[in-house]
Design a protein around this ligand. Structure first.
Ligand code: BDR
Ligand code: CA
Length: 308
């Protein structure tokens, strides 16, 4: 029997978020317990709608809880429509999903699930960390109840992608990220040092679509806009598997190399969102600094190709 990981994905879907959620749907080691939405690539209302659409498309029977609308301290950012398209899924038009979100906030849902699955729940945030900081505020036992927080975000030696210093998820709520890194929780940072090494090209999306016409086809439809954005910034080798890498790290950490480094987040205007080595006595974060990119990519492709 495959040993499963009980997982919640906190997400701002988003093209690579969709790839991550479809991967989770296909992975036999993942027992998905829910999705929580967050602003970022799109508004939080759109993130909730998109999470519900992905749930429906993938036939997942999991709750979706809506999260924060705005960052903890900073004024709201404009969504990243230029990266992920006006609705979050590249050129795919908006469609109203059948289901709706539960009547519980993302933070309250996270605290309840962490309590009910104390010591077992793995949390995979793939958007700004506002909901996770809110859950830490809400329940003093939250960080003890959660087994691992494996987040897509940050950059240790790689430099940023939204500014020269910062990765987008951390940049969009540096104050929340600082709360998470300083909390003492078991945090693993799957940042640009590894996600920039794992690339997906147009021919990979074509392979996904031919093996998995419904869901692989949906990813291929989304990919055109996303790949064009990458080309527009001079990245001609394909798009990064940012969010899928974090989900894969939840079940296959052996495919990565991690360094134990205490991390702090700059909230200064000129370097906002930079993830830096902390000089205080906070707990170390497992910072992913190297990856077997071919193995992660192969696992991703293999799993997506098993979908309908
Ligand atoms: C992260 O930012 C978002 O645009 C992606 O979905 C990913 O979570 C990469 O920096
Ligand atoms: Ca994301």
């Amino acid at each position: 029997m495959v040993e499963t990981v009980k997982l919640i994905i906190d997400t701002d879907p988003g093209v690579d978020d969709a790839m991550a959620i479809f991967y989770a749907a296909a992975a036999p080691e993942i027992e998905l317990l829910g999705l929580t939405s967050i602003f970022g690539n799109v508004t939080v209302e759109m993130a909730t709608r998109n999470a519900l659409r992905l749930r429906e498309a993938a036939g997942l029977a999991v709750p979706v809880a809506q999260g924060a609308q705005v960052p903890r301290v900073l004024p709201p950012f404009k969504p990243s429509f230029h990266v992920h398209g006006d609705e979050g899924f590249g050129d795919i038009p908006a469609k109203t999903p059948k289901g709706r979100a539960i009547d519980e906030s993302a933070a309250a849902f996270l605290c309840r699930m962490a309590r009910e699955h104390a010591g077992e729940l793995v949390l995979c945030p793939i958007g700004p960390l506002t909901n996770i900081a809110a859950a830490i505020d809400l329940d003093p036992d939250f960080i003890r109840n959660v087994k691992r927080i494996v987040l897509m975000g940050g950059s240790y030696r790689e430099g940023g992608n939204i500014t020269p210093h910062a990765e987008a998820n951390i940049y969009h709520d540096p104050h929340a990220a600082e709360v998470v890194f300083a909390s003492g929780a078991h945090v693993e940072m799957v940042g640009l040092d590894v996600t920039h090494r794992i690339l997906c090209r147009p021919e990979d999306f074509a392979d996904m679509a031919s093996a998995a016409p419904k869901l692989g086809g949906m990813l291929q439809d989304m990919s055109h806009f996303y790949l064009k954005f990458y080309e527009s910034v001079g990245k001609l080798d394909g798009c990064s598997l940012h969010d899928p890498a974090a989900v894969i790290a939840c079940t296959h950490p052996e495919l990565f190399t991690a360094e134990a480094v205490p991390i702090t987040v700059s909230c200064d205007a000129d370097t906002s969102g930079a993830t830096l080595k902390a000089e205080d006595s906070r707990a170390a974060t497992q910072v992913y600094t190297a990856v077997d990119a071919a193995a992660v990519k192969a696992l991703f492709m293999q799993r997506i190709q098993q979908l309908p």
